[in-house]
Design a protein around this ligand. Structure first.
Ligand SMILES: *Cc1c(COP(=O)(O)O)cnc(C)c1O
Length: 393
């Protein structure tokens, strides 16, 4: 199939819920993506933070091939070697969180965390942050702030309140003895790349502890090395009660997980479950992915490359840039105009970037991006962001 055929078929049969690009991507290698004609693109999206290891990692591919020939599916009632290995590996990443629930996506891990918080505390209410994004299923959507995602789907779940992010006083006021859990991102991804302050996350921990409330940290986008630590919360020396993760966990294969601390109670057989959760194929991929993250010190790489890229971005002299912010290789460039035309121009120059809201360009490159590729990215960004691109309005 040529590019036009692929694009035409997708446009004919798509559900309609995606804004389709006019670019058919068929292959990836490291931080590069290739279209049907073999044109190379620098991937600064990682599939929204999925491809931390880069595309085409041979260890993940090998693990998938071997496990596909061994055993693909097994309900979690039956113990399995790959799952047991992964349970040990993933719980070792966060001392204090010794149990894990496996599922298949980010939103599912958020749903599980909410159910666990209610069954554990016997309380109904949740506090989330303004600008928060936690997914699009009903529970997760109820915690998501932006009305762009919510409108048309009401009624959402009752019991959710949103408070201003990084505002300790507001959190202190909102959390009470009817609160089951507080859910926070350590750096808001979809919301515009706003990092939390250490004081805020530490205060959230203290406020929750004082009132018997569970702290849920959503690391679906920030996890697995992205910010320079395995999990972003580790920058602040805080351990949550529930940690949700997904995206990069299994090297690109769909998988989600909730890490669970000792204060979470009442998780007994039948309380929750997932048909595909903890399947040996995804577990094998995750085992390989976690090994690669460790062997190649991907958190360390993200920290060093993130600092390098951030310094170069901050040095770009452009009246169009309002602010550059982020943590590790999770970076936002806030512009004074709408970013859609900039992202389109970047794509014409073979750089694939994301937006976060209307005015922020989001960079989430694979953590294996080379310094040469970073230099090239900075060159293209300098060229594009110093121009005032007409947004057609
Ligand atoms: C992507 C994301 C989700 C939702 O994950 P899905 O796999 O798309 O359901 C939830 N929370 C955060 C912080 C995310 O970035």
């Amino acid at each position: 199939m040529n590019a036009q055929q692929i694009i035409d078929i997708e446009n004919r049969h798509t559900s309609g819920v995606y804004a389709k690009q006019t670019l058919a991507i068929v292959r990836g290698q490291g931080a590069s993506l290739f279209d049907v004609e073999g044109n190379e693109y620098l991937d600064c999206s990682s599939g929204h933070g999925v491809a931390n290891l880069g595309h085409g990692n041979p260890k993940v591919a090998e693990a998938l091939y071997k496990q596909a020939n061994t055993l693909i599916t097994l309900f979690e009632s039956f113990p399995n070697d790959q799952r047991a290995m992964l349970m040990e590996k993933i719980t070792a990443l966060v001392p204090g969180l010794d149990r894990v629930f496996f599922c298949n996506s980010g939103a599912e891990s958020v749903e599980a965390a909410f159910k666990f918080a209610r069954i554990s505390t016997g309380r109904r209410n949740f506090i989330a942050a303004m600008r928060a994004f936690h997914g699009r299923t009903y529970g997760a959507l109820s915690a998501t702030f932006n009305k762009k995602y919510r409108e048309g789907f009401e009624p959402l779940l009752p019991g959710f309140t949103h408070v201003s992010y990084n505002n300790i006083e507001a959190l202190d006021k909102a959390v009470n003895e009817e609160t089951a859990a507080v859910i926070l991102e350590v750096i808001q991804g979809e919301g515009g790349l706003y990092p939390a302050t250490a004081e805020y996350i530490q205060a959230a921990r203290r406020i929750c502890d004082e009132r018997g409330v569970l702290l849920i940290i959503d690391e679906i986008q920030s996890g697995f090395g992205r910010t320079g630590k395995m999990f972003a919360i580790q920058h602040f020396g805080v351990t949550p009660d529930l940690l949700t993760c997904a995206k990069s966990l299994a090297g690109g294969v769909p998988m989600g997980a909730v890490l669970i601390g000792p204060k979470v109670k009442n998780l007994t057989p039948g309380v929750h479950g997932s048909t595909f959760g903890g399947n040996p194929l995804s577990c094998a991929a995750a085992n390989a992915a976690l090994d690669v993250m460790k062997e190649e010190d991907l958190p360390g790489q993200a920290g060093a490359k993130g600092a390098y890229l951030m310094e170069k971005l901050k040095a770009i002299q452009s009246p169009n840039i309002r602010e550059v912010r982020g943590l590790g290789l999770m970076i936002g460039i806030e512009m004074k105009q709408k970013v859609a035309p900039y992202i389109k121009t970047l794509q014409e120059k073979k750089v694939i970037a994301l937006n976060a809201g209307m005015t922020v360009i989001r960079l989430l490159p694979p953590l294996v991006i080379s310094y040469e590729q970073i230099d090239h990215l900075v060159e293209v960004l300098t060229e594009v962001l110093t121009q005032t691109v007409d947004d057609g309005q």
